[in-house]
Design a protein around this ligand. Structure first.
Ligand SMILES: Nc1ncnc2c1ncn2[C@@H]1O[C@H](COP(=O)(O)OP(=O)(O)OP(=O)(O)O)[C@@H](O)[C@H]1O
Ligand SMILES: [Mg+2]
Length: 257
């Protein structure tokens, strides 16, 4: 097991992830994220992206190995304001009656003044295009609005590490573009699990591919996502923007899945 790592914002060492009573989903993962690093997490359905996020966030205890955030071991159930998780299913995250109550819930535990809390909440709502919907019951928000409410609930904590699980799911093109611009401008470390490989390519200079319980690739995004053999072997396609184009009305050569 690794000693304290004061340099990395996230350090997983020999980490095995799984659900109680089941065999591990992921085994012996070791990787680090530097402060401010933006990393994509890619893998087929069921590869273990969400499970890994739950373990890093301290919701799901590790089967083996260790996770450190900002040099301190993650202890299941312990509140770690340095880490914010944007859930894949918005309904799993939003639980207060109204939007404003939901986004205000986290900062209330940070010991801020009322004025600081209000300023942070208003800024996060504005960043996510939700100003004006403060009093809306969360179950009356649209799918995309719920997704943006979850992102606002994470941003408002001003974490050092954001775990974003399918952040562009349910967003229309304009909101997806706004999200990319917002996340690109963030100096926090981001780990972004997504099947939207174009988003990953725009946001993340580095990509980790997981499949069949292990890390299959960890390297520069254009090299990893542009490797047709690797992508096909793990149920992925090379993103359109990395596919060679010839002439007008071109034909794409796609790998068969
Ligand atoms: N609460 C749970 N109890 C038991 N097994 C679970 C639970 N949640 C997920 N799993 C299993 O863990 C494995 C990994 O699931 P996980 O949700 O982490 O995959 P994923 O990579 O996030 O997939 P997707 O791309 O579909 O979101 C799957 O086999 C899934 O069935
Ligand atoms: Mg998932």
């Amino acid at each position: 097991m690794a000693g304290p790592d004061p340099v990395s914002v996230l350090h997983c060492d020999g980490l095995s992830v799984g659900w109680p009573g089941h065999a591990p989903v992921l085994r012996d993962l070791s990787f680090r994220l530097a402060p401010g690093e933006h990393v994509g997490l890619v893998g087929p359905n069921g590869a273990g992206k969400t499970s890994l996020f739950h373990t890093i966030a301290g919701v799901l205890p590790a089967h083996a190995g260790s996770v450190q955030v900002q040099g301190r071991a993650v202890v299941p159930g312990q509140f770690r304001p340095e880490t914010a998780l944007v859930f894949q299913q918005a309904e799993d995250q939003l639980f207060c009656p109204t939007l404003i109550e939901d986004v205000t819930f986290g900062p209330r535990n940070l010991g801020l003044t009322e004025a600081e809390t209000t300023a942070r909440v208003q800024a996060a709502l504005a960043q996510c295009g939700l100003t004006g919907l403060e009093d809306r019951p969360v179950h009356h928000l649209s799918g995309g609005e719920k997704r943006r409410a979850c992102i606002a609930g994470a941003l408002v904590m001003q974490p050092d590490l954001m775990l974003l699980d399918e952040p562009s799911a349910a967003l229309d093109l304009r909101q997806r573009r706004r999200l990319i611009a917002l996340l690109q401008g963030m100096d926090q470390a981001l780990l972004v699990a997504s099947h939207d490989l174009e988003l990953v390519l725009e946001l993340c200079p580095r990509v980790i591919v997981i499949d069949q319980g292990r890390i299959c690739a960890d390297g520069p995004a254009r090299r990893v996502l542009g490797d047709a053999g690797l992508m096909a072997a793990h149920g992925q396609e090379v993103p359109h923007s990395l596919t060679p184009h010839h002439g007008v009305g071109h034909v794409h050569v796609r790998n068969s899945l």
